[in-house]
Write a protein that binds this ligand. Structure first.
Ligand code: KIV
Length: 273
């Protein structure tokens, strides 16, 4: 088989080796066309289970299924050429046992062709992360705010202000790094703690709402495109305002259809004489 002409995809090992070089650029992606647009600019694309909320209008990520993640993972892999593509293990697909986590990770890797999986959890997941990584599954860890635990954690808020909370996140980060994760997503964590964790572990931290002290940054792409203008958390910056642009396009279309000015002659098939 020839590989001539094929672009090389960034591997989890290369992402890990980026620590201390330059910030890792990462965004979520859920579909082929968006992956195609983001890929040239990103080191890592995450098919996040945030897709449940962003694409499907769910209130939390808890309802997302393995089948949804695989379908969107396949879509992103069709659009991305060079970024490292990681697919989230959804709630209920890995917490039961390390064997369940391996079985479902293997399905994701086989059926999407992606580079690895992400899972949420600290000390309670360390054994699972070690089990996966020692069996060939690259793992992107996720500590701090964990959206899959929203029903037991008391909602979405930044963490690490109390000593007890900070200690827990510190321990979580350490054990997940020791268990063999190639990188660690740190979500919703106060800056001094994110800085301390970043300095104390050997793998890169990728922050969302966790300050510029992390080794890289990630945002939910639809958030930074400005597709959700009604609620904007402090850590989100709109790098574009697509919601009003889309709304204006729909309004213009509706007006032209009603006025019969669309479709025009240039959009209409005629029979050649
Ligand atoms: O599912 C997701 O999109 C995430 C974000 C925190 C990046 O994990």
């Amino acid at each position: 088989m020839s590989t001539i002409g094929q672009t090389k995809r960034t591997t989890p090992t290369q992402i890990e080796a980026m620590k201390g070089t330059r910030p890792i650029v990462s965004l979520t992606a859920y579909t082929t066309p968006i992956a195609r647009l983001l890929d040239p600019h990103c080191d890592l694309l995450l098919v996040g289970d945030s897709l449940g909320m962003v694409l499907y209008g769910m209130e939390t990520t808890v309802g997302v299924t393995l089948e949804m993640m695989i379908a969107h993972g396949q879509g992103v892999m069709r659009g991305a050429q060079k970024a490292c593509v990681i697919v989230d293990l959804p709630f209920g697909s890995y917490q039961e046992s390390k064997e369940q986590a391996f079985r479902n990770s293997a399905r994701i890797l086989k059926e999407t062709g992606c580079n690895g999986v992400k899972l949420e959890g600290g000390e309670e997941m360390a054994e699972t992360v070690a089990f996966l990584t020692s069996r060939g599954v690259p793992v992107f860890g996720h500590v701090g705010l964990m959206p899959q635990k929203v029903n037991t954690s008391g909602g979405y808020r930044s963490l690490g202000r109390s000593d007890e909370e900070a200690d827990k996140i510190r321990r979580d980060a350490k054990v997940i790094a020791q268990a063999g994760a190639f990188a660690l997503l740190v979500e919703g964590t106060v800056e001094p703690l994110a800085r301390e964790i970043t300095a104390s572990i050997d793998i890169p931290t990728v922050g969302i709402g966790a300050s510029p002290a992390c080794d890289g940054q990630i945002l939910v792409s639809d958030d930074m495109f400005g597709l959700f203008s009604d609620f904007k958390p402090r850590f989100v910056k709109h790098f574009a305002e697509l919601a009003p642009t889309i709304s204006k396009a729909a309004e213009a279309y509706a007006e032209e259809v009603k006025a019969r000015t669309f479709p025009g002659p240039e959009h209409t098939f005629q029979v050649k004489k």
